[in-house]
Design a protein around this ligand. Structure first.
Ligand SMILES: [Zn+2]
Length: 72
């Protein structure tokens, strides 16, 4: 289930609760200490398209029905 309660159909990779682009390199490693938690979150289609993870939505205090317009 997506955080909004809709059926989750997409998998999002997240770093520190924020969705990152698939294939984008995340430095986790030998030299630098990882400072943010890398994980995965399942999202419904519309929230995946808007990169709105549960953490992001919570941080912005938005409801599932009020979606911000993302630039780009
Ligand atoms: Zn959703």
């Amino acid at each position: 289930m997506c955080w909004c309660g809709a059926r989750a159909t997409h998998n999002a990779r997240t770093v520190g609760g924020e969705m990152v682009v698939e294939g984008e390199q995340v430095v986790v490693g030998d030299v630098y200490q990882p400072v943010e938690e890398v994980g995965y979150e399942v999202l419904c289609r519309r929230h995946h398209r808007r990169w709105l993870t549960g953490a992001a939505a919570h941080a912005a205090s938005i409801s599932p029905d009020v979606l911000p317009v993302m630039p780009g």
